[in-house]
Design a binder for this molecule. Structure first.
Ligand code: SAH
Ligand code: SF4
Ligand code: F3S
Length: 455
């Protein structure tokens, strides 16, 4: 039933049958957003989303380069795609950060790939698809084009009650371990007016919660609709005025870019949810310095104190890297002490992974793998204890939960608490998309169980 022809080659008298598009997304929320936008861009060509690669007419792997493991996954997945491609024709594209960093290498190692495109060029996908189906050779487009892709994308299609809105992209911070400034390029902020428009359209489509996205989201600064310039706090205040938008979040922030107005907004804008992901990476000043984080341990502690003063029920999450080159037992102890001192609702920790082209990869004082393993286990153990304590303390409380998904069991829905905790509840499908008050009956390692407060 599905046409085997690629876009652009179907004779005019043939009725367009939906072609199946499967996108596999790795990495961060920005990639999740980008995958949705790639689907939007390809929809006018007749591509409809599919949930598996088998039988798809086009497959896009939207890749992540952040750690070695993440980028190696791509090559093993490509091996699997090759077998599928031998069975039936399909267009195979590699997008995202590995494509940006290793475009040429992908084509050399996997010549059966049709399209390699970076995160800044996916508005050109229709043209690339046409070229790939015509030419027979691979198409490589990993430019950082002068025209921002956002000016060339169709309006996003709202799907569900919670949505991402990409406000800022790229990073100028250059932490010494990180590939993002190279894969995503220089910081770019979208203008406020176009963000407010996109937000209004999402809300009109049923969205109740918007998460503003950026690699360094709180560095966002844009032309204000009425002239002048805004920073993120002001944008959040403007978004909060959109009727029907109940919840606003933003991620990921850099401690150095939290300004006074943004901190104040946490206390003054009720729609701004009381949860903040604020990566600190390490609790040791020596290591923070070697990471070029541009802030010390005490700066972070003071910042958290100010945020908590503005919004006393603010819950925090963070990212940690263990085993950065030169990290001693004492440095790692400083990290553990910082985790104890702050008390996180959740946090991610990673073993340092040397990335090609980053300054830290050149430091020779590597931490042995076994030591990294021990430190990771210790950090994760402590963080898991804190997360469990935080979730258990929720039991007995009533909280507003946005029911945005079906649960695993029939008759069960899954939602998010204001503090980002997943909450399970028995509720009918008709409650999907609603914000309801739930009484929390139990808190677990990664989720809560709720009942309807008035049921
Ligand atoms: N832009 C975001 C996210 C960057 S990547 C930010 O600034 O926080 C997400 C996390 O991956 C980082 O916070 C860091 O903890 C981790 N990470 C980045 N590079 C890494 C590397 N080379 N090795 C291990 N973890 C890394
Ligand atoms: Fe990477 Fe640092 Fe930029 Fe975050 S702030 S994206 S960790 S360079
Ligand atoms: Fe990965 Fe690129 Fe995001 S490297 S974490 S997908 S910005």
């Amino acid at each position: 039933m599905t046409p085997r022809r690629a876009a652009g080659s179907a004779p005019k008298d043939v009725v367009m049958v939906a072609k199946r598009l499967f996108i596999k997304t790795y990495g961060c929320q920005m990639n999740v957003y980008d995958s949705a936008r790639m689907a939007d861009v390809l929809a006018p060509l007749g591509y409809a989303p599919a949930d598996r690669a088998e039988g798809a007419d086009m497959v896009i792997l939207n890749t992540c380069h952040i750690r070695e493991k993440a980028s190696e996954k791509v090559f093993s997945e490509l091996g699997r795609m090759r077998l599928l491609k031998e069975q039936r024709p399909m267009i195979l594209a590699v997008a995202g950060c590995v494509a940006q960093a290793e475009g040429e290498e992908i084509l050399a190692r996997a010549p059966f790939v049709d399209i390699v495109l970076g995160p800044q060029t996916y508005h050109r996908l229709p043209e690339m698809v046409a070229r790939a189906s015509r030419a027979g050779g691979a198409v490589l487009d990993i430019e950082f084009p002068a025209e921002p892709k956002f000016d060339h994308l169709p309006d996003p299609v709202a799907a569900g009650s919670a949505a991402f809105l990409s406000v800022q992209e790229g990073c100028d911070r250059f932490c010494t371990f990180c590939v993002v400034p190279y894969t995503r390029g220089a910081e770019y902020s979208r203008p406020a007016a176009s963000l407010l428009d996109e937000a209004r359209r999402l809300v009109a489509g049923g969205v109740r919660e918007i998460t503003l996205l950026g690699q360094n989201v709180n560095a966002w600064h844009g032309d204000a609709p009425d002239g002048g310039a805004w920073r993120l706090g002001r944008l959040i205040r403007a978004l909060a005025e959109i009727d029907g938008l109940s919840r606003i979040r933003y991620t990921t922030s850099h401690p150095r870019d939290m300004d006074d107005d943004l901190i104040a907004a946490h206390g003054e804008v009720p729609a701004l949810m009381p949860f903040l992901h604020l990566p600190v990476q390490s609790g040791s000043d020596r290591i923070l310095d070697a990471m070029n984080r541009q802030h010390g341990r005490s700066d972070y502690l003071k910042l958290v104190e100010r945020l908590r003063r503005a919004r006393p029920d603010l819950a925090l999450s963070s990212d940690f890297i263990v085993g950065f080159p030169g990290e001693s037992d004492g440095d790692f102890e400083d990290t553990m002490a910082l985790i104890r001192e702050i008390g996180f609702a959740q946090a991610y920790s990673f073993k340092y992974s040397a990335r090609p082209g980053t300054p830290a990869a050149l430091i020779e004082t590597r931490v042995p793998e076994a030591v990294k393993d021990q430190r990771l286990a210790a950090a994760q153990g402590l963080i898991a204890e804190q997360a469990l304590a935080f979730n258990r303390a929720s039991a007995g409380r009533v909280m507003s939960v946005l029911l945005d998904r079906r649960g695993k069991r029939k008759g069960q829905l899954l939602g998010r608490s204001p503090w980002m905790q997943p909450v399970h509840v028995d509720a009918p499908d008709s409650a999907l998309g609603a914000i309801v008050d739930l009484r929390i009956v139990a808190g677990y390692a990664n989720s809560l169980a709720g009942e309807r407060a008035n049921a």
